[in-house]
Design a protein around this ligand. Structure first.
Ligand code: NDP
Length: 485
């Protein structure tokens, strides 16, 4: 019996006993089964979260922090089990799983303390003898829905600030990779978090996820995933005026100016284009290189991509560069995007196919692929490929490069490499993205806001905005009288 639902502190199977397999994308092996939560199961989890809310919100931030830190001590103690589960369900090399899980624990610890540092404002009233203060209070029950590419990390980004603020949760992990995230939550249970404060419902998004979104008991939807699902969630949430944080797709440009240091730009572009097999929302999707250094950049980047190590066993080769893609659909998108580019005249500089060898025969593998001679109407330049494909185009002036970079419906992350301060500032101001990296290939830092413009989302996670989004502000105003003599 699969008991992967956590409802009011108890692990249960779904009400109707239905379950789903979890498979290793590197070899198709079934590694676990998870319960498919029914609508009634989701309702029970939301009710548990709702009942637990007043007491959790009523604890002091210090007491909530104590439980959160204790949970992360337990999670770090058992890190090995979680990281191995993550590599098996997702395919990423073990070192990437270790990095993800360790960072997730840091996020929880960080927000446990941020909760204790929350303060508000107060002021003397403008009219009459009044005084005001502003209270920040938790929004209530949060439905947290996460994708398979960073199933622990992206959960931590939600649980950390939400729990610290006093919210309670029903979590729906991704069906493709629910195991490590479940171990993460288990640590909170072991640390003694009161029953109902965190609940898990496993199962398909279109049933379990949809019920979480539409049931009136959830007051905020914290979602990371595709733009298509995010748009649907936004519509549903609007009908009940629920709060939303939506972290959606991206198509990150990587702009290399002719004064850039290629010893830095080449390996940084490589890592951000191909780590996690290109399945990161801030992965480099499109590379734009200034004409004077285009040939050198393209040659060095292609050579380095051709030498990346793809592994069919991320546990045995923890330091490999890439594992498989998550599923057949993802692999098919990559194949179609490459075929479309080649049909329209692009050249495959390296890759362009699945790797050879019996160890790759049963998984969803694709070689690191570099395309040159690309044009703006090709699908690789217009859509999110979400795979290990890096098209390189050239530009003449920085203004032109920025315009090409902005020519996308997405606006999550953008990168620019230059040693010229004026160019750096120009790019930082004009790139239409929620995060801009200048000579750095990651726009993530616990202390800074993360999120998208345009079709990449609404709201911000991490940093102070990531905490504020789990709280309502309340203006309290009172009139006072001078005591009678
Ligand atoms: P999906 O939107 O398909 O799935 C994400 C999550 O939503 C999963 O848990 C899924 O459940 C659930 N879900 C699916 N349909 C619904 C629904 N109708 N109601 C509620 N929940 C639902 O995205 P992918 O799994 O394909 O993830 C990849 C996408 O996520 C990419 O486009 C990527 O850019 C984006 N992403 C964005 C990030 C960001 O921070 N902006 C970070 C990482 C990824 P299940 O899978 O179990 O059916």
């Amino acid at each position: 019996m699969t008991e992967t639902l956590l409802i009011n502190g108890e692990w249960r199977a779904s009400a109707d006993g239905a379950d789903l397999p979890v498979t290793n994308p590197a070899n198709g092996e079934e590694i676990a089964r998870i319960s498919q939560a029914t609508t009634a199961d989701v309702g029970a989890a939301l009710e548990a979260a709702s009942n637990a809310f007043p007491a959790w919100a009523g604890l002091s931030a210090r007491e909530r922090a104590r439980i959160m830190h204790e949970a992360m001590d337990i999670f770090r103690r058992d890190l090995d089990a979680a990281t191995r589960a993550l590599t098996r369900e997702h395919g990423k090399p073990l070192n990437d799983s270790i990095k993800e899980c360790s960072y997730s624990a840091d996020v929880i610890d960080f927000y446990a303390e941020e909760g204790r540092r929350l303060d508000g404002t107060h002021f003397a009233g403008d009219i009459g003898p009044t005084h005001s203060f502003v209270l920040k209070q938790p929004v209530g029950v949060v439905a947290a829905i996460t994708p398979w590419n960073f199933p622990v990390d992206l959960l931590a980004w939600k649980l950390g600030p939400g729990l610290a603020a006093g919210c309670t949760f029903v979590i729906k992990p991704p069906s493709e990779a629910p195991l490590a995230a479940t171990l993460f939550v288990k640590a909170f249970v072991e640390a003694g978090i009161p029953p109902g404060v965190v609940n898990i419902v496993t199962g398909p998004g279109r049933t379990a996820g949809a019920e979480l979104v539409t049931n009136p008991l959830s007051r905020k939807i914290a979602f990371t995933g595709s733009t298509a699902t995010g748009l649907w969630i936004a519509e549903q949430a609007a009908r009940q005026l629920k709060a939303v944080t939506l972290e959606l797709g991206g198509s990150a440009p990587f702009v290399v100016c002719d004064d850039a240091d290629l010893d830095i730009a080449v390996p940084e572009a490589l890592r951000r284009a191909f780590s996690h097999t290109g399945q990161i929302c801030i992965s480099v999707n499109r590379i734009f290189v200034q004409r004077g250094i285009y040939d050198e950049f393209a040659a060095r980047f292609t050579d380095a991509a051709a030498h990346l190590r793809v592994t069919a066993d991320g546990l045995a080769e923890p330091d490999a560069d890439m594992g498989p893609m998550i599923n057949e659909a993802g692999l098919e998108t990559v194949r179609q995007h490459v075929a479309d580019a080649v049909e329209r005249g692009a050249q495959v500089a390296t890759g362009g196919k699945s790797p050879d060898g019996p160890q790759f025969a049963r998984g969803f593998f694709y070689l690191p692929t570099v395309l040159t001679g690309v044009e703006r109407e090709m699908r690789v330049m217009r859509e999110e490929t979400f795979g290990p494909v890096a098209p390189i185009a050239r530009f003449d002036t920085l203004e032109e490069g920025i315009a090409m970079a902005n020519d996308t419906p997405y606006g999550l992350a953008a990168y620019v490499y230059t040693n010229d301060l004026n160019r750096a500032f120009y790019a930082a101001r004009h790139l239409r993205a929620g995060g801009v990296g200048i000579n750095v290939n990651d726009v993530t830092d616990i202390r800074g806001p993360f999120g998208g413009m345009k079709q990449s989302g609404v709201g911000r996670e991490l940093g102070q905005p990531g905490m504020d989004s789990y709280m309502e502000v309340k203006h309290v105003r009172y009139r006072y009288r001078s005591p009678r003599p």
